[in-house]
Design a binder for this molecule. Structure first.
Ligand SMILES: NC(=O)c1ccc[n+]([C@@H]2O[C@H](COP(=O)([O-])OP(=O)(O)OC[C@H]3O[C@@H](n4cnc5c(N)ncnc54)[C@H](O)[C@@H]3O)[C@@H](O)[C@H]2O)c1
Ligand SMILES: [Zn+2]
Length: 360
């Protein structure tokens, strides 16, 4: 194995400090990057993530004291699955100084991270995201948890991983649709915070879409730096962290309205398309910048159209858990690279934007 030279991004959240390691080939050298006070590791992975688990097993050898598959269907993102993970870890002799490793998409990192938060009142964990969405977003920031029948992600805990390993090798088997949908979240980070990341990444979209590793690593590293900076400044959900919800006001509604057959990133792409309309009117976003964002989304697509019946969207918007006493916490783009939260945008304005948005 050639010695990889990964990039390191530090994430500081209260007392917890974590590192995101980003580079080609780091899974094959995972023993250098995964953290466990006892050196012992318990591996929990998606059955689909074998491409990432295989090099981990080889690199870690006898340090792995348990190696289990986790059901990673969104419908299995429940307390029952977390309970099963905790059972397996305890039966394997989990000690307080051991650490878990989650290998998979956002579902796996969310449930395994939550199991780590509650097993023995909290043990360390590491994340090995195997989807573009997981790399750019879900694995970073410390939110862990599961769904409830009343809504998504309603149960959970802030429990940041000690290390996150981002290696393009983990994506080799990822279907095209998931690959593209996850990149929407990476671009989202660039659009709210970094024009110097967004511009070049948009120009190099063809290379990104043909999975050029250098382009992918540049974009993911940029997105991780932005998320790390935002959550480090603001580990709990309030001011700046809310900017990460750009495109999510309607995005969550589209996701729910579509009966969840839209990928999260696809729903967010449509949510961003709508947010461009509102941002043009309310936040002075220049027309040419709105067009630049739209053109990038079009290249990342095509995305299946969401259902847009106003009555249905209205009731879903009203249920959004991000609704505050002041109204919807809408994220608007002033310029590419500069976003703000605006609590004065009405649901009616969002519905109008949903009616006129287009990605063609
Ligand atoms: N904690 C957070 O801050 C945060 C942020 C964003 C999203 N999330 C959560 O993340 C979840 C979505 O994550 P996701 O988009 O990664 O989806 P996912 O975990 O559902 O994975 C998508 C699909 O890809 C498969 N897969 C994963 N890795 C693969 C690989 N390397 N090769 C082939 N197939 C693979 C999975 O089995 C699944 O079918 C949601 O539950 C969402 O709530 C959490
Ligand atoms: Zn998202």
């Amino acid at each position: 194995v050639t010695a990889p030279d990964p990039e390191r991004v530090r994430v500081r959240q209260g007392a917890a400090e974590g590192s995101v390691w980003i580079g080609s080939g780091i899974l094959a050298a995972a023993e250098r990057f995964l953290v466990s006070p006892s050196r012992r590791l318990l591996l929990f992975s998606s059955a689909a993530a074998e491409a990432a688990v295989e090099p981990l097993r080889r690199a870690l050898g006898a340090r792995v004291i348990l190696d289990r598959v986790v059901d990673d269907r969104e419908a299995a993102k429940t307390l029952v699955t977390v309970s099963r993970i905790v059972d397996e870890a305890l039966q394997a002799g989990l000690r307080r100084d051991d650490a878990l490793v989650a290998v998979g998409g956002g579902v796996v990192t969310d449930v395994v991270g939550f199991a780590a938060a509650i097993a023995l009142r909290g043990v360390m964990w590491n994340a090995v995201p195997t989807t573009t969405a997981g790399m750019a977003d879900a694995a970073v920031g410390g939110k862990t948890g599961v769904n409830h029948v009343l809504g998504k992600n309603l149960i959970g805990s802030f429990h940041p991983p000690a290390a996150i390993l981002v290696d393009p090798a983990a994506l080799t088997t990822l279907p095209e649709r998931d690959y593209r949908a996850g990149l929407v979240e990476a671009f989202k980070a660039a659009w709210i915070a970094d024009p110097d990341l967004a511009g070049p990444a948009s120009r190099r979209l063809p290379a990104l879409l043909s999975r050029d590793e250098n382009e992918l690593l540049a974009l993911i590293a940029g997105a991780v730096r932005i998320k790390a900076e935002i959550v480090s400044a603001d580990p709990r959900e309030s001011d700046r962290r809310r900017l990460l919800n750009f495109g999510h006001t309607l995005g969550h509604a589209f996701e729910a309205a579509g009966g969840f057959e839209l990928r999260h990133g696809e729903a967010v792409a449509w949510g961003i398309a709508a947010a461009l309309e509102v941002s043009r009117r309310r936040a002075g976003l220049p027309a040419e910048e709105a067009d630049a964002v739209r053109r990038a989304l079009i290249q990342l697509g095509p995305f299946p159209s969401p259902r847009r019946e106003p009555e249905m969207l209205a009731s879903l918007l009203a249920r959004d858990k991000k609704t505050t006493a002041g109204g919807l916490a809408s994220v608007l783009l002033e310029r590419i690279g500069r976003a703000r939260v605006d609590e004065t945008v009405s649901a009616a304005e969002w519905l109008e934007a949903a009616a006129i948005m287009s990605l063609s």
